[in-house]
Ligand binder design. Structure first.
Ligand SMILES: Cc1ncc(COP(=O)(O)O)c(C=O)c1O
Length: 435
């Protein structure tokens, strides 16, 4: 969809001082397509030309309680009166750590600002704790923008090679090749391959970092037992299991994926929904490991970690989540999934709907189930893109990148669902007619 005149003018102005006109490459939709936001409230977002959208991007997921949520704004505004950044512990931070412990069952928490920082810190803790250097991740998983994470995120399928002998592909230039010597990336959901790689290499591996579901690959779910298998293997070889809950934490259940899948990791990383869009993040986990973080032991720091604005936002967000609000997002997601199923069955397109109710994904594929990156990559993303472009034109905005699931907030209503399904049906029919 081409942007309107005001968005276009504002975007062109942005390009004068911001490379590409965006502060994250993922926000660029094309020179004539990249929108500039004017405001957002609840489940809705308006661009500079006052076009309204039902928002299913929610800032790449965080805004689970809705945009500009009044209770959070009020709590943050009040908290800011005491100052923001002190180089000292503050009470909001203690409250947030206590609430994270209560909701998720972890023993200890250290605050960060972004998911990238949290996963980078968790990897360091795992290395220090085990005295080993290598990281094992899964193809298609994204763990943030640092150099240890950007391997086999979304290369062409030919790039990652045959699943039994995968290649390592950096996401782009500037990522040192030699860092790749410290990374293993294996197909998600492949029990056998994981077992054999660990049998050979366990002594080098500090941690297995796993997105409990591939929230950056249209929400590919773990096969039954896969996360338990990782848990068992980590116990067997004394490898640290890191569950990267940056997308799933405080979204798919109050206790995140650990609760949803009933698996306990050694370390867990949180960001996104922890602050409902404010930059709050955390590394959390078992006392045995997290208790080793500290002066003279395992290094961790950051000027802005636990600043009052982020902590006050998290403090209120966690209260609302503890009160059971996530149920509303789940109910909306279920309604969308049921509607999509009817519409797509009637369309004749082969498809898979996957993922938890509050972050479902759709992949157009003949595969009965998508279990790993290669299945997803072989899907028909052109058809998906055509449908989503039409949805955006008609005022419904999931991400136009088919790797991102639809993010649902507790502010999306039944009325929104009826509107959205009507738009989706029209978009599917128009697309099928054009194929
Ligand atoms: C699973 C996962 N981990 C880490 C990150 C990085 O988080 P951030 O963008 O806050 O640095 C993301 C971001 O999308 C993510 O999805």
């Amino acid at each position: 969809m081409k942007s309107g005149p005001k968005s276009r003018a504002m975007y062109e102005r942005a390009t004068e001082s911001i490379p590409g006109g965006v502060s994250s490459n993922f926000r660029y939709w094309g020179d004539e397509e990249t929108l500039v936001v004017k405001k957002a409230k609840g489940a809705y977002l308006w661009d500079q030309d006052d076009k309204k959208y039902v928002d299913y991007r929610l800032g790449f997921g965080p805004v689970v309680l809705g945009h500009a949520r009044q209770e959070i704004i009020d709590h943050v505004a009040e908290a800011m009166q005491i100052g923001n950044c002190f180089a000292m512990t503050n009470e909001y931070e203690i409250r947030v750590a206590e609430k994270i412990k209560k909701l998720t069952g972890v023993d200890y928490v250290r605050m960060s600002n972004t998911g990238t920082e949290a996963t980078m810190g968790a990897m360091r803790i795992a290395r220090a704790f085990t005295g080993r250097d290598k990281i094992l991740k899964f193809d298609g998983a994204y763990h943030g923008f640092h150099d240890y994470s950007l391997w086999n995120t979304y290369p062409p399928t030919s790039g990652v090679g045959y699943r039994w002998s995968p290649f390592l592909v950096p996401q782009g230039s500037g990522i040192p090749r030699m860092i790749g010597d410290l990374i293993y990336s294996l197909p998600f959901n492949d029990f056998e391959f994981l077992e054999s790689r660990l049998k050979e290499r366990w002594h080098e591996i500090a941690c297995i970092i796993v997105e409990p579901l591939l929230g950056n690959q249209g929400s590919i779910m773990p096969q039954p037992g896969f996360l338990d298998f990782i848990r068992e293997q980590c116990d067997k070889y004394e490898i640290v299991m890191i569950m990267d809950e940056v997308k799933t934490g405080f979204r798919i259940a109050p206790g995140g994926a650990q609760e949803y899948f009933n698996v306990r990791a050694d370390l867990v990383t949180y960001a996104k929904c922890l602050g409902n869009g404010f930059p709050a993040a955390a590394i959390a986990g078992k006392a045995e490991i997290m208790g080793e973080v500290g002066p003279g032991k395992i290094p961790h720091g950051g000027t802005y970690g636990a600043n009052v604005v982020a902590m006050a936002a998290a403090d209120k967000t966690l209260d609302l989540i503890a009160d059971g609000e996530l149920e509303k997002a789940d109910a909306h997601g279920r309604k969308l999934k049921e509607g999509w199923k009817k519409i797509l069955d009637a369309s004749g397109l082969p498809y898979v709907i996957q993922g938890p109710d509050s972050m479902p994904g759709i992949v157009f594929t003949e595969e009965p189930v998508c279990t790993e990156y290669r299945h997803w990559a072989e899907g028909d993303h052109e058809t998906y893109d055509m449908i989503i472009q039409k949805c955006i034109e008609k005022g419904v905005m999931p991400d136009n990148d088919s790797r991102e699931p639809w993010f649902i907030s507790t502010q999306h209503t039944d009325q929104d669902a009826d509107f959205v399904l009507g738009v989706f049906e029209e978009a599917v029919k128009e697309t099928v007619a054009e194929l």
